[in-house]
Design a protein around this ligand. Structure first.
Ligand code: SF4
Length: 325
């Protein structure tokens, strides 16, 4: 098995990264909210996360993009709380309702090794930014015990450059969202009026770090960038602006896109008329044609073939996944 990048980090490499993340968390600037609270002392900021790990669910996920799920599944680790908390969050049970329980670093390390033993192709950290000092300590423990599959960093794309830099050679596959192409809906739905600038800078930085998505002969992703864009109804994700940025910034052949049609009006979406509905299939198809015409390859969903399975019930899922090995 080809080893992931973090398998080659030295003790000094790990220590430097973890010390720096501890320093950042002590006046928390782990994400662009820059709350300044002392997370190491248990203070909480916008995300609501305490000091230490809180997780909702860990399991081999067979519904991620094909290069990630492959045949063995993607080893998803869903962290509780979130730095964005979008009103329509498709995982609102963990981001808003704080479904989950505390974990020790050793326990998480054991779970990651368990995912590898089950044949998962990667460890897929879902929304981990607000727990990064503790996550890296767990990863270090797991790496010392033989974890060697790639780490996927699955995030909302609202990330600081310093944080991205500290994950160089820890993360092999960046899996960020581009949620919005304009700041007004980002302000309205995610309380992030600076989302677009921060997101676009983050995407550029991630690409410089890992390059295009590269797969092994079996089609399983080993390293690179995959960008997710969840199309919101009534142009609320400003998909044409997202596409325009990508066209201006990248060679289309270098970027793997996952264009998602699976939006459901969940949680607080009913307070906003424009997103209180499913995405119209014709609207998705128009956006999809634009991406394809521009030369972007990747994963495109068929809106007619989607079912409710894309929405995970974390209240039932945690029973089967946190307690098992
Ligand atoms: S990780 Fe949480 S506490 Fe830290 S800056 Fe972001 S929202 Fe604030």
């Amino acid at each position: 098995m080809r080893l992931a990048s973090y398998a080659f980090l030295t003790e000094a490499d790990w220590t430097r990264r973890i010390d720096e993340l501890d320093r950042i968390a002590a006046r928390c600037e782990l994400c662009p909210r820059r709350c300044g609270v002392n997370r190491l002392a248990g203070e909480r900021g916008f995300c609501g996360a305490p000091g230490g790990l809180v997780l909702s669910s860990i399991f081999p996920h067979h519904g991620e993009e094909p290069p990630l799920s492959g045949t063995g599944g993607s080893g998803t680790v869903f962290f509780t709380h979130c730095t964005l908390k979008c009103v329509f969050c498709q995982n609102y049970q963990i981001s808003h309702e704080q479904e989950g329980r505390t974990f020790s670093e050793e326990e998480l390390a054991g779970k990651m090794l368990g995912l590898q033993a089950k044949g998962c192709h990667n460890v897929n950290l879902v929304t981990a930014t607000h727990f990064l000092p503790w996550v890296l300590r767990s990863l270090r423990l797991a790496a010392e015990s033989g974890l060697a599959i790639p780490v996927v960093y699955n995030c909302g794309g609202y990330e600081l450059g310093e944080t991205i830099d500290l994950l160089k050679d820890v993360v092999d596959i960046w899996l960020p969202d581009m949620k919005y192409g304009r700041n007004e809906p980002a302000r309205l739905y995610s309380k992030a009026p600076d989302y677009v600038e921060i997101n676009q800078a983050a995407i550029r930085r991630m690409f410089r770090q890992v390059g295009p998505l590269r797969c092994d002969p079996a089609g399983i992703a080993r390293r690179g960038l995959c960008i997710r864009h969840l199309v919101l109804p009534n142009d609320q994700s400003a998909s044409r602006d997202v596409l325009a940025f990508l066209q201006q910034t990248f060679d289309p052949q270098d970027v793997f896109i996952s264009l998602m049609a699976q939006y459901r009006p969940l949680h607080g979406a009913d307070r906003h008329a424009l997103i209180d509905t499913r995405v119209d299939a014709r609207e998705y198809e128009t956006i999809k044609r634009g991406f394809i015409a521009a030369g972007f390859e990747g994963f495109y969903q068929d809106p007619e073939k989607l079912d409710a399975a894309f929405v995970i019930d974390f209240k039932t899922r945690k029973e089967e996944s946190l307690n098992g090995s």
